[in-house]
Design a protein around this ligand. Structure first.
Ligand code: URA
Length: 186
């Protein structure tokens, strides 16, 4: 199994009802050997139209944070918990996540990142702790199958609630300092 062959599998996946409403599947982008992997929730409208994660307004804000701390979008990897857009951007249903999560698990195994950054509560609850509270626990380091993992606010949530932009910047500074200290490629 390679990322390319898995992408093909995702492209024709009909495991859940989202296959009926999607335009494109959104597999993931970036360095296939990235040391830092960002995991969002699910594709939105722009991502569904392009097949690329984080290209809409939330994506622009994510790019701003990456640029601000000197992380290059080409050197990291970006994926989502689920690969198809939920209609009207509703939260993914637990059964949709259950159908799809094996793709992300395999992506993590193949990319082999040293640090995973969950963007928002859906990813943090799925990968760190079902009771994860982003407001209280963002920026804290946890372990995920021997890898470092942390969560920060979802950029779409920041667009709705800009008050959390400052703590998010602090989280990105922490990501940068871990990357620098550990000689990650970024
Ligand atoms: N929000 C996400 O969680 N993922 C995307 O790819 C776009 C918006």
């Amino acid at each position: 199994m390679t990322l390319e062959s898995m992408n093909e599998e995702v492209r024709i996946c009909t495991a859940c009802g989202l296959c009926h409403t999607r335009t494109n599947t959104v597999f993931g982008v970036g360095n296939p050997h990235a040391d830092i992997m960002f995991v969002g929730e699910a594709p939105g409208k722009n991502e569904d139209e392009t097949g690329i994660p984080f290209v809409g307004a939330a994506g622009h804000l994510l790019n701003d944070y990456l640029t601000a701390v000197g992380l290059s979008r080409d050197e990291i990897y970006i994926a989502n918990i689920i690969k198809c857009r939920p209609p009207n951007n509703r939260d993914p249903k637990p059964e949709e996540e259950d159908c799809c999560i094996h793709f992300l698990h395999k992506q993590i195994e193949l990319i082999d990142p040293k640090l995973i950054v969950c963007l928002g509560r859906i990813a943090a609850k799925r990968l760190i702790d079902p009771n994860f509270q982003v407001t209280k626990q963002h920026g804290e380091l946890f372990t995920y199958h021997g890898r470092k993992i942390m969560a920060t606010f979802h950029p779409a949530a920041l667009l709705r609630n800009p008050a959390n932009k400052v703590p998010t910047f602090t989280d990105f500074e922490k990501i940068y300092s871990i990357a620098k200290e550990q000689n990650y490629v970024f």
